[in-house]
Design a protein around this ligand. Structure first.
Ligand code: HEM
Length: 415
């Protein structure tokens, strides 16, 4: 599977907390949704707090953990200094808690949390850029890591400025910077990272090789230019042009989907396993989220806009990440505990390390939660939304149970 030599592989103990605490933050962020008012504006601090708990505590922590393992695979070189990940985790962990507490309970915490998160991400960016310097390959994934890093750098500088502005009241127009910050992280970092790594992981897990990758390359270029153009136009208050760049991003996402369909058609692996199920939901949510979100944005229908953002974050991001966790964590544990036994003893196959029933429960509860909560947002019905969130919470509890079960998987479990 993941072609990573022992020399390049990060120590198991270093990566474990990223996945364990990422799954805990995921559960906590869903629980926090029970306390929000769905009719509040998007920049309400309860919603902003949820957004950071989910995006920093779950999405970014899991991405960083996965990067420790996948960057050597993508770049074909070892990390510049893998030990820096020992600093990245605690600073991001405590920074996220402080920042979110600041949004929820007292703005005086915001600058401290913001500084810790900033330091953590700056170390991650430095480590990744130094590792990038060692590689001579220039695949789409390498470009995605590079540009994703530039966008994240710009986003966290703006985040820090906004945080200082909120705490000290310095004269920054937050309404101008907020959309730039959000577009930089959501499309410039997370989406570009997913696109970059999906071009390694989807062909590898789906066994699809020898395809023309023009569509995804074009999609990547359009998103990169559009994110830059959006930021400049917003800074100059040229809102009409900024909106055009958003349309370009939507077009690029459909081009990316066209590429995925090509991969899907030529795949050799046709079994509908738990990974494929997650991937289906992720991409269906992405299409639905983009369409519903566009209607909401351009017709100024806040219920559609919220439902679109919800589908993109909780459908696309959650399912693509959790689906891959169900592949990556068993591999990590297998590599640590069983690869030295190959040829000496019978060792488990990766899919045998998954508790199948729990995977099904997690998947179906989460899908049900996603659909019901989307309807709640569309109909602006708080009870339906929170009912959906409750189902989602059950899905997240099962997901956490699975993650802990695999992380603790020992020889005795395989009989
Ligand atoms: C140093 C790191 C960061 C700091 C200090 C920071 C700070 C902030 C601040 C102050 C706001 C505006 C709150 C308001 O007045 O409405 C904000 C909004 C937002 N941030 Fe961050 N942020 C950081 C990193 C990130 C990252 C890495 C992500 C995503 C992966 C992210 C996603 C968002 C989103 C989506 C919003 C808009 C939320 C909403 O309007 O509901 N932020 N951030």
């Amino acid at each position: 599977m993941l072609n990573v030599s022992r020399d390049f592989a990060p120590p198991f103990k270093m990566i474990e907390p990223f996945f364990k605490y990422g799954s805990i933050f995921y559960l906590l962020s869903l629980i926090s949704l029970l306390f929000i008012d769905i009719n509040a504006p998007l920049d309400d601090f309860k919603i902003v707090g949820f957004a950071h708990l989910f995006l920093l505590g779950f999405v970014m922590i899991v991405i960083f953990g996965a990067m420790a393992q996948l960057i050597p695979v993508a770049l074909e070189v070892g990390h510049f200094s893998i030990d820096l990940y020992y600093v990245i985790f605690p600073t991001l962990f405590f920074g996220t808690i402080l920042l979110v507490s600041g949004f929820w309970f007292s703005p005086s915490f915001i600058p401290y949390g913001a500084t810790l998160v900033f330091v953590s991400m700056a170390i991650f960016l430095f480590e990744t850029l130094m590792t990038l310097k060692k590689t001579t390959t220039n695949t789409l994934t390498v470009k995605a890591i590079k540009y994703g890093n530039y966008f994240l750098t710009a986003a966290i500088i703006i985040g820090l400025l906004m945080a200082v502005a909120i705490a000290n009241g310095i004269g920054i127009d937050i309404t101008k910077f907020l959309p730039i910050h959000a577009v930089l992280v959501i499309f410039g970092y997370v989406t570009i990272t997913i696109i970059g790594f999906s071009m390694i992981l989807l062909p590898m897990f789906g066994l699809a090789h020898g395809y023309d990758d023009r569509d995804v390359n074009l999609a990547f270029k359009i998103i990169t230019y559009s994110v830059v153009a959006f930021s400049i136009f917003k800074l100059l208050s040229l809102d009409f042009l900024a909106n055009l760049t958003l349309v370009a991003i939507v077009a690029a996402l459909f081009l990316y989907l066209k590429q995925l369909l090509i991969l899907y058609k030529i795949r050799a692996r046709k079994i509908l396993d738990i990974w494929y199920q997650h991937i289906y939901v992720a991409f269906i949510s992405m299409i639905a989220g983009v369409l519903v979100g566009v209607i909401g944005y351009f017709f100024e229908l806040s219920n559609f806009l919220k439902a679109g953002i919800w589908l993109y974050l909780m459908g696309f991001f959650v399912f693509i990440i959790n689906g891959h966790l169900l592949k990556i964590i068993p591999f990590l544990v297998w590599f640590e505990r069983f690869s030295p036994l190959v040829g000496k003893k019978k060792v488990p196959m990766l899919h045998e390390m998954l508790p199948q029933k729990d995977c099904d429960f997690s998947f179906y509860f989460s899908v049900a939660g996603l659909i019901v909560a989307t309807l709640g947002l569309l109909f602006e019905n708080e009870a339906i939304f929170k009912g959906g969130v409750t189902l989602f919470i059950f899905g997240a509890i099962f997901m956490l149970k699975i993650v802990i079960y695999i992380l603790n998987y020992k020889e005795e479990d395989y009989v």
